[in-house]
Design a binder for this molecule. Structure first.
Ligand code: PMP
Length: 403
C-alpha cells in the first residue's frame, strides 16, 4: 500500500488542455537567456534597450510613490486606475481614436485584450479567420477557446480580404476575424485602405467580430497613417480594438487597453475579475505619470526615425550578405519577413544560426498551419545598425553552411 509514484498518477485534464499549444515566440526568451555565448537577438519583438527611458521612468515611479504612498500597492479598480484612464483618454482625444470612458478597459498587456475578446465571443468549434502568417500567440489564444482557424493569406497589402467570401462559401462565416492591420507581426505589411473598408463590410454582413490588434500603429516611420479599423468602424459594436504600451513604452510593464462597445467592456470587466482582478497598479501609475507628463509624444518622435534607421541598416546588410533572399519593406513597427530559397528549412537553420550567434523566429512557428518553412521573422527594432550587420553576417554564414 502507500501512495503511487507521482508521475504514475493520471491527471484529470480538462478537454481544453489539448488546445493549449504553447508559444515558440515566448519560449525563445527563456532559451536565449540560457545561452552562454554572445547572440544577436533578432527573435523577440522587444523595443531597443536604448529606447526604454529608464531615468525618466525611475523619476516618475518615485513621483507616483510619493504621491500615492501605500495606496500605490493596493488593489486597483478592474477597469483601470482613474489616473491612467484619464491620462489615456486625454492622449487618445488628440488622435483619430478619441474615445469615451465607457468604452475603455485597462488590461494586462495586449495579450489579455486578445484573451478577453476570445472568451466573450468564441465557442468551441467556431471558425476564426486569421492571417497567414500571423502572430501565433494570438492564434494560440483563439485556439485555447476551441476555435477552428481559417487561414487567409497575406500579401504586401496585408490580409487578402477579397478571398474571404470564397472561403466563407466553403467553410461558413467566421465568428471572429483576427487581424493585425499595421506593420503586421510577422510580415511587416500593412492592410490597405480598400481592404480595411471591405473587411468591415464583410464582418457586418456575417456578424463577425473584428479583433483589431494594433500594437505598432503609432510606430509608423514612412508614408502616411491610414485610418484604423477603430476609426473606420466608429460606433460599430463588432469592432474590438486591442492596444498595448509594450512596443511604444516597455513590454515588462504589462499594461494595455481595449477600446470596444460599452456592452463588450462591461462583460470584459466581469471576465477580468474572474481572471486577475486588476492590472498591476504600480505599472499603471507609472504609465499614468508618463502620459500625464506629456512624455509619450516626444518619446514616439524619437523612436520613429531610429527604428527606420535600424530597418534600413538591416535591409542594407541583407542585400549585401544574403543577396538571394527576399524580404519585406515595412513602413513601421518591428519586423521584416525574410524568405530564403525553397529548399532551406528555417526550423533546421535555427540551431545552426544559434551556434553562429544569431537568433530569429522560424516561419513555421508563425502560422496556424505551420507553413512558411523557408521564411523567418527578423526583429530589426532591438538591434543597432553595427550589431545588426554582425547579426546578418552570422545569419549568412549559417545559411551558407546549410545551403
Ligand atoms: N499582438 C501583437 C501583434 C503583438 O506583436 C504583440 C506583442 N508581441 C501582442 C499582441 C501582445 O502584446 P503584449 O506584450 O502587450 O501582451
Amino acid at each position: 500500500m502507500g501512495t503511487p509514484a507521482v508521475d504514475t498518477v493520471a491527471l484529470p485534464w480538462a478537454e481544453r488542455c489539448s488546445s493549449l499549444v504553447g508559444s515558440v515566440i515566448d519560449s525563445s526568451t527563456a532559451l536565449l537567456q540560457q545561452q552562454k555565448h554572445d547572440i544577436v537577438r533578432f527573435a523577440m519583438g522587444s523595443p531597443a534597450a536604448e529606447a526604454i527611458p529608464t531615468e525618466l521612468l525611475d523619476e516618475l515611479s518615485g513621483k507616483a510613490l510619493r504621491e500615492y504612498g501605500a495606496a500605490s500597492f493596493d488593489y486597483a479598480a478592474t477597469e483601470g486606475d482613474p489616473a491612467l484612464r484619464t491620462a489615456l483618454l486625454d492622449v487618445l482625444a488628440a488622435t483619430p481614436e478619441s474615445t469615451t470612458s465607457d468604452r475603455l478597459l485597462v488590461t494586462s498587456g495586449g495579450m489579455q485584450g486578445l484573451d478577453l475578446a476570445s472568451k466573450l465571443f468564441i465557442n468551441p468549434g467556431d471558425l476564426v479567420a486569421v492571417e497567414a502568417p500571423t502572430y501565433t500567440n494570438g492564434t494560440a489564444t483563439v485556439l485555447s477557446y476551441g476555435a477552428r482557424v481559417l487561414e487567409v493569406p497575406v500579401d504586401e497589402d496585408g490580409m487578402r480580404v477579397e478571398e474571404l467570401p470564397e472561403l466563407v462559401e466553403r467553410f461558413g462565416p467566421p465568428r471572429v476575424i483576427y487581424t493585425i492591420p499595421n506593420f503586421q507581426n510577422p510580415s511587416g505589411t500593412t492592410l490597405s485602405l480598400p481592404r480595411r473598408r471591405l473587411l468591415l463590410e464583410l464582418a457586418g454582413r456575417w456578424g463577425s467580430v473584428v479583433i483589431d490588434d494594433d500594437p505598432y500603429g503609432w510606430l509608423r516611420f514612412s508614408g502616411d497613417d491610414l485610418p484604423s479599423l477603430r476609426e473606420l468602424g466608429a460606433g460599430n459594436p463588432l469592432v474590438v480594438s486591442v492596444r498595448t504600451f509594450s512596443k511604444i513604452l516597455a513590454p515588462g510593464l504589462r499594461v494595455g487597453w481595449v477600446d470596444a462597445d460599452p456592452r463588450v467592456i462591461r462583460r470584459m470587466i466581469n471576465a477580468k475579475q474572474a481572471m486577475d482582478t486588476c492590472t498591476n497598479l504600480p505599472a499603471q501609475l507609472l504609465v499614468a505619470e508618463f502620459l500625464a507628463g506629456g512624455h509619450l509624444a516626444d518619446h514616439l518622435v524619437g523612436l520613429r526615425p531610429e527604428y527606420r534607421r535600424r530597418k534600413e541598416a538591416m535591409q542594407d546588410a541583407l542585400r549585401q550578405h544574403l543577396p538571394f533572399a527576399r524580404f519585406t519593406d515595412p513602413d513601421g513597427g518591428f519586423f521584416l519577413w525574410l524568405t530564403l530559397p525553397d529548399e532551406v528549412d528555417t526550423s533546421a537553420l535555427f540551431d545552426v544560426a544559434l551556434a553562429e550567434g544569431v537568433a530569429f523566429i522560424p516561419g513555421r512557428a508563425l502560422s496556424a498551419s505551420g507553413a512558411f518553412g523557408n521564411s523567418l521573422r527578423l526583429c530589426f527594432a532591438s538591434t543597432d545598425p553595427a550589431r545588426s550587420l554582425e547579426g546578418v553576417q552570422r545569419l549568412a554564414r549559417a545559411v551558407h553552411s546549410v545551403h
